[in-house]
Design a protein around this ligand. Structure first.
Ligand code: ADP
Ligand code: MG
Ligand code: MG
Length: 252
């Protein structure tokens, strides 16, 4: 699904990713943990193709193609989805309208027929049922005045609707109460599929009690410095990131 090799990325003239390598197979859930400022969000942003991230070396292969050669919209159409750490509010734009436009843009790109409002509503109901969500967020403006939990609910709903192949969730547990955390985890777990992979970026071990990852990576100082199974997350929780730092020399 995803093969990142020796990725170097500069942001605002400063090297942030310093030779990051990572492989994710279809069907797997990988957790990325690491201290603040390590480059976790930078990785997600580079994968999604956001502006301002300059790849100076390395390669990213996505389903056998050069991901870096694709425009952000093409990446989305090819199934790359980034749930933002701070979701944008779009005042005055109805959420249902927004979601339908996003889905239809994806379908156009894939050469699939667009959904009319009846077909779209059918799909919406289907996904709401799978996620055990109510439709109350659909009639409001995109993220406007949403609580932290509501924004996450909306993100998980977007995820379910767009059915990405590679879903990147960034710090979905920051500031979330336990119910919201569970909702995110239930959503992700309901979406786990042999054809889909997840990159779950998180500071805390807590989320990983609900979303049990296949692999846990530690990103420190712009590189993956350690990978292991879910027990690695528990070790980090116990010993802190200083423990990892002590085991690895800083980048030259
Ligand atoms: P993490 O998500 O692991 O906390 P980030 O990827 O957000 O780390 O940030 C890594 C480093 O890159 C930080 O030092 C941050 O200040 C810097 N950085 C990220 N984005 C920008 C930006 N748009 N402009 C300037 N510096 C940035
Ligand atoms: Mg951060
Ligand atoms: Mg971050």
């Amino acid at each position: 699904m995803l093969k990142i090799d020796d990725l170097h990325v500069r942001v605002a003239g400063k090297e942030i990713l310093k030779g990051l390598s990572l492989e994710v197979a279809a069907g797997e859930v990988h957790a990325i943990m690491g201290p603040n400022g390590a480059g976790k969000s930078t990785l997600g942003n580079v994968l999604a193709g956001r502006e301002g991230y300059e790849v100076t070396a390395g390669t990213i292969e996505y389903r056998g193609r050069d991901l870096l050669a694709l425009e952000p919209e093409e990446r989305a159409a090819e199934g790359v989805f980034l749930a933002f750490q701070y979701p944008v509010e779009i005042p005055g734009v109805n959420n249902t309208y927004f979601l339908r436009a996003a889905l239809n843009a994806q379908r156009r790109h894939r050469g699939e027929p667009e959904l009319d409002s009846m077909q779209f509503l059918k799909k919406v109901r289907e996904k709401l049922a799978v996620l055990h969500l109510k439709d109350e967020l659909l009639h409001r403006a995109v993220n406007e005045g949403f609580s932290g939990g509501e924004k996450k609910r909306n993100e998980i709903f977007q995820l379910a609707l767009l059915e990405p192949r590679l879903a990147i969730l960034d710090e979905t547990d920051s500031g979330l109460d336990i119910d919201a955390l569970r909702m995110v985890a239930d959503g992700v777990n309901a979406m786990r599929d042999p054809g889909r992979a997840f990159l779950v970026v998180t500071h805390y071990q807590r989320l990983l009690e609900y979303i049990v990852p296949d692999v846990v990576h530690v990103l420190a100082d712009g590189r993956i410095v350690e990978s292991g199974d879910k027990s690695l997350a528990l070790k980090l929780e116990e010993h802190g990131y200083a423990w990892i730092a002590g085991r690895h020399a800083p980048a030259p």
